[in-house]
Write a protein that binds this ligand. Structure first.
Ligand SMILES: NC(=O)c1ccc[n+]([C@@H]2O[C@H](COP(=O)([O-])OP(=O)(O)OC[C@H]3O[C@@H](n4cnc5c(N)ncnc54)[C@H](OP(=O)(O)O)[C@@H]3O)[C@@H](O)[C@H]2O)c1
Length: 335
């Protein structure tokens, strides 16, 4: 075992907010087992919603007892290779999407779980798993077609900006919502057809006036009133994919008492469908290859938020930054 150490973030206890749940711990840099590689993580993607819910013990399909490791996607370079590993060499650039493998400076993992990339750049983290999630949610859950009206909420975020482009590439009219001028600019660059800054325009009014036939497919990330508005504006046979509910992550879950949702869906034969990437794992490899191809052939632009976050110590700030709604593109931390 090496005498050099590395830092990682762990959840030491369940807590309402991320900051109170976590601590930084230091361990010796591991040697690889025979089927493992050791990676020096260079960048990790921030999934603030998932992180916060996990630290509260509110992710129902994961049963963890603290302490547990945090973070998911990371891109880095191989620094050591186990005896039986044939496909990797020291200095190879790789991306990993293992739960617990993100918020740490080094990780030793089974070589089968790493994917080679051309360069260990933060842009890769917009594609995997974030971009793949957008793709699977639209195509598999939303049954995306062409020549339909598609609405993406939180459209300038890490997940949303890929969803906007995939819906455009499929030949749809795409509406994107966001909350700042900088995000409007990004969405213009990405070719979004109708951009609604919900802080200066009323989402419900715009949809009712400009899209009287309703929205065919909604990629919904925000929740609360935005979700209700999207449901109200679904077209006949419209599909709304619940990708997340970011407006609730920083707070306790909202308790709602109102008419049951089937009253709204039934008369339009519309549907609301939940999406969770871990339950659609079988689409990961094909989706990833397709997205990388779109990216490397310049058919897909990717946006990494420009606010710098450096080191394990900055992860809490990065999580809070994303939950404050300020980010434009994917939030990443550099190690
Ligand atoms: N189901 C899955 O498997 C899966 C996988 C990946 C991501 N997701 C979900 O996708 C959504 C986006 O995640 P992301 O990591 O890519 O984040 P993100 O979109 O990069 O950042 C969140 C964005 O949400 C918007 N937002 C709208 N209302 C908000 C509010 N009340 N509070 C905070 N933010 C608000 C903000 O932009 P504007 O306000 O300007 O719109 C903010 O920038 C989340 O709901 C996440 O849980 C789900």
């Amino acid at each position: 075992m090496s005498s050099l150490t590395y830092k990682k973030l762990v959840a030491k206890q369940f807590a309402q907010d991320f900051k109170s749940a976590i601590e930084i711990v230091e361990f010796p840099i591991p040697e690889p087992a025979s089927d493992e590689i050791v990676i020096r993580n260079k960048f990790a993607g921030i999934n603030a919603g998932f992180d916060t819910l996990l630290c509260r013990g509110d992710v129902s399909y994961i049963n963890l007892t603290p302490p547990f490791d945090l973070g998911v996607e990371a891109v880095g370079e191989v620094v050591a290779v186990g005896h039986h590993v044939k496909d990797f060499q020291v200095d190879d650039a790789v991306v990993t999407t293992v739960r617990g493998g993100g918020y740490r400076e080094y990780q030793a993992i089974n070589a089968n779980l790493a994917v080679k990339v051309r360069e260990a750049t933060p842009e890769i983290l917009t594609l995997m798993p974030t971009g793949v999630s957008a793709m699977v949610a639209l195509e598999q859950v939303g049954e995306m077609k062409s020549q339909e009206v598609v609405l993406v909420t939180a459209a300038a975020g890490g997940t949303g900006h890929i969803a906007v482009q995939l819906a455009k590439l499929a030949g749809n009219h795409v509406i994107g919502t966001c909350g700042t001028d900088a995000k409007v600019e990004l969405l213009e660059e990405l070719g979004c057809d109708r951009i609604i800054n919900y802080r200066t325009q009323n989402l419900n009014q715009v949809l009712k006036q400009e899209y009287p036939n309703g929205i065919n497919l909604v990629f919904e990330c925000v929740g609360k009133q935005v979700f209700d508005t999207c449901v109200d504006n679904l077209a006949v046979r419209g599909r709304l994919v619940v990708v997340g509910f970011v407006s609730e992550y920083a707070k306790n879950l909202e308790q709602v008492t109102q008419a049951r949702i089937y009253h709204k869906l039934f008369w339009k034969a519309a549907s609301v469908r939940g999406f969770l990437m871990p339950l659609y794992k079988e689409y990961m490899t094909e989706g990833r290859d397709r997205l990388f191809n779109l990216f490397y052939t310049n058919k897909l632009k990717v946006a990494v938020d420009s606010t710098p976050f450096h080191g394990i110590e900055s992860i809490t700030a990065a999580v809070e930054y994303l939950l404050s709604g300020q980010n434009c593109g994917k939030v990443v931390v550099r190690f």
